[in-house]
Design a binder for this molecule. Structure first.
Ligand code: SER
Length: 474
């Protein structure tokens, strides 16, 4: 079964069960606490907390979506069998209050563990036809430290065991790191999870948002949510790989056309290299289509690193220069039926080429400079970044192994942050502490046009604030 069929079956299955299908939100989130969209639940946060009403917005307390997501811990991980920076996540959601938690009941009210678990199992074993013997699951086993106690998710265990009929030895209890989902470093809905594995590969994460996680005052507190919710997520690439019996996500029908094109144009034999190009070119296309542009900070810096890594490899291995253009065309053909924003390949390619042109000027010199070092520490690496625009992972990739023996990311990041802090202070001084560039830090990256835009937005924000004060009071 290919990815196209999986998409359709997933949405049909949940639509039949009262879910409204909601389009993916942009990869650039509205939520200022996030750089990029990492999960399907993000666009639904205000419905979990009760700030917005799902009935007025979706006509149902149940939604389903296929969400564009971007996650990276470490760019260097990409190139193996499983890591991707961009991926799509299939998800179904319920916003409380719970009505009938009955999987036979196809209404529009909120549901909880029983329906979520039984539907997930039915979808995998009946709709996708996966043999029940291949399935195992995990549940939240409980957590306690001196301040916080969260009880084991007995209810999910009971449902798997008694209602679904999963043998006890195939239900594992796991700790907080694995089976409890919540916002990292910020506040939000959170709760225990149950995960579904096919042949030992995790495919589906079902989160039961029972709590609201408060982090104020440095102390963590969980409060029971008045209306519990369901948030599930299943990576399309990984699921497709499992169903197509492929060892890795790059061999699926989602990547095949992209990787074959790269192979055809470059004739490179190195699998890792093809995967890096494939992953980065696909991810960058999606980010640019959502209006992100390369910058020296925030999400734009992530895009910049992707683009520079693509280019650095192309230079090092003397790869065909038209690669980006040809590959973006394939990405667009493949994905624009689902994401019309990918139709405009001209803009995507233009952004890539502009970045290429800017980087090309310095990279050769930068690599030459890098070669002069016999050993490199964090601050020297940062200097190479600052002067020649060489991101950390490129330094690691292109330096001789003995040169980077003592180089670690933390030290580099520390330099980076110190530098940003300095330029932030500089900007603040220059603008009389006015706050204009407070969270950009990188004043020198702004051109005149962008500057003027920020100034007008800033002024309009003042006007809006004043208007609100006039109407609502201080
Ligand atoms: N939010 C959860 C995750 O990202 C489930 O969708 O895994």
């Amino acid at each position: 079964m290919g990815s196209r069929e999986i998409r359709k079956k997933f949405l049909d299955f949940f639509q039949e069960r009262g879910h409204s299908i909601v389009p993916s939100s942009s990869l650039i989130p509205n939520d200022p606490s996030l750089l990029l969209t990492t999960a399907g639940m993000q666009q639904f946060k205000p419905y979990f907390t009760g700030e917005l009403n799902p009935i007025s917005d979706f006509g149902s307390r149940r939604t389903a979506s296929i969400q564009k997501c971007f996650r990276i811990n470490d760019l260097e991980e990409i190139g193996d069998n499983t890591h991707l920076s961009f991926f799509e996540m299939l998800g179904n959601f319920s916003f409380g209050p719970i009505g009938k938690d009955d999987p036979e009941h196809f209404g529009k009210d909120g549901y909880f563990k029983k329906s979520a678990i039984i539907w997930a199992y039915q979808f995998i074993t009946k709709t996708l036809d996966v043999e029940p013997e291949r399935i195992s699951v995990s549940i939240f086993g409980g957590y306690a430290d001196s301040r916080l106690r969260i009880s084991k998710d007995e209810e999910s265990r009971r449902i798997w065991l008694e209602e679904v009929g999963i043998p006890a030895e195939k239900i594992t209890g796991r700790g907080r790191e694995d089976n409890f989902w919540g916002p990292t470093g910020s506040e939000g809905p959170c709760g225990p999870t149950t995960e579904i594995y096919i042949d030992g590969v995790e495919v589906w994460n079902l989160v039961f948002n029972e709590y609201y996680c408060r982090t104020g005052g440095g102390e963590e507190k969980l409060e029971k949510l008045e209306n519990p919710g369901v948030d599930t997520g299943m990576g399309l690439e990984r699921l497709t790989a499992v169903l197509e019996n492929q060892e890795d996500v790059f061999s699926t029908d989602l990547f095949q056309p992209i990787t074959s094109k790269i192979l055809e144009l470059t004739r490179i034999q190195d699998n890792r290299l093809i995967r890096i190009q494939g992953d980065h070119l696909r991810a960058a296309s999606f980010l640019i289509a959502d209006s992100l542009r390369p910058e020296n900070k925030g999400a734009g810096y992530i895009l910049r690193r992707l683009l520079r890594r693509i280019l650095a490899y192309q230079i090092k291995y003397d790869i065909h220069q038209g690669l980006a253009e040809e590959t973006v065309k394939i990405v667009s053909q493949q994905y624009s039926p689902f994401y019309p924003e990918l139709r405009d390949t001209k803009t995507i390619v233009k952004v890539m080429e502009d970045e290429e042109a800017a980087f090309q000027k310095t990279i050769t010199k930068g690599l030459e400079e890098l070669n002069k070092f016999s050993s490199l520490d964090g601050s020297q690496a940062f200097h190479l970044y600052e002067t020649f625009g060489l991101p950390f992972e490129l330094i690691k990739e292109f330096a001789r192994p003995e040169t980077i023996k003592n180089l670690n990311r933390e030290e580099f990041e520390k330099e980076f942050i110190t530098h940003q802090e300095k330029s932030r202070q500089g900007a603040e001084k220059k603008f009389g502490g006015h706050g204009l560039f407070l969270d950009t830090g990188e004043l020198k990256a702004l051109d005149k046009k962008e500057y003027e835009k920020v100034v007008s937005l800033h002024t309009v924000t003042h006007l809006l604030h004043q208007a609100l004060r006039d109407v609502l009071g201080q």
